[in-house]
Ligand binder design. Sequence first.
Ligand code: SF4
Length: 350
Amino acid sequence: MLQQTQVATVLEYYKRFLNRFPDVASLAAADEQSVLALWAGLGYYRRARQMHQAAKQVVADHAGRFPETLDEIKALPGIGRYTAGAIASFAYDCPAPILEANTIRLFSRLIGLREDPTTSKSQALLWEAAESFLPPRSGAGTINQALMELGSLICKPAQPNCNQCPLNSGCKAYADGLQAAIPIAKQKAKPQQRDHAALIVRQHQLYLVRQNDGLGWWQGLWDFPRIDVTELSITTSKRQATISQAVEQAFEETLGLSCRIDSHAMTIKHSVTRYRITLECYFATLSSDAFALAAAGKRNKHKVGRASRPADKTRRELENWYWMALGDDQLPLTASAKKLVHWLNGNQEQ
Ligand code: SF4
């Protein structure tokens, strides 16, 4: 949970997660939707899916007991060399090195690395440096933690306290006065603007949502029907009628939803990796054809709990589609869908 996420944000999620899944067996036995529902809002959902898979593997291959060797830990889904080394050295005192942001900076400066530290050549050199610090017998966990602390508190990104550093006598960057230039900063990818459109379709106090499938963003999470309309240049288009027409056509072509845009509801701006997304949300009415088309879909095998009671059973049984009540907390929603639900809750009269 803490990967790319601050402790203050994680705390509540962590408590709720452990309440619901107090051990590996309960996590392994859960369905993916319940796991994603407790993760919704934290982002990087692949972590949740992989942790779930790892719990299943621990139960299936290790009789529910977390493995203790580096190779077995590394074989679990979502666990790379760093995480495996951290678990093996902290929990079991295995002589396993670790490399993370603080130690990458520390070792880069110690060995005077003048290349991008993320390349495979640099990584090999950095792992080698990390290994060279490991004690021959016990104490790897303590050494690893000490190196991380040293990187975090003394060998800081800006203005490292080299005078207080216990490793300064062997530090190449210090000797050459290159602390500020090392590690070499990786060129950041330029942010890209994307325009998305979402439909708010209501029937009997229920709202149409769709589960994201395939390999795209937010896989497995539910959202209001949403498409990428960047090519339509809707934000630069002047006339609302033209925009509505273009969006209606795009929904028909992309999702097979024939609809009429009634009015603009709200705009949500958010980011995903290097993309800056402007999401325009519209109140819309589906044509009866669209209902028929959707109703012809396969059965929705997703179990979403008993919170919502769709008025029309046929319409509920759509593949990847669902009629959601605003108070339904069983569905794992995307962060933007949650914002929209929050907004709708405050605008029920719409
Ligand atoms: S001497 Fe300075 S640059 Fe070198 S490891 Fe220590 S704090 Fe970092």
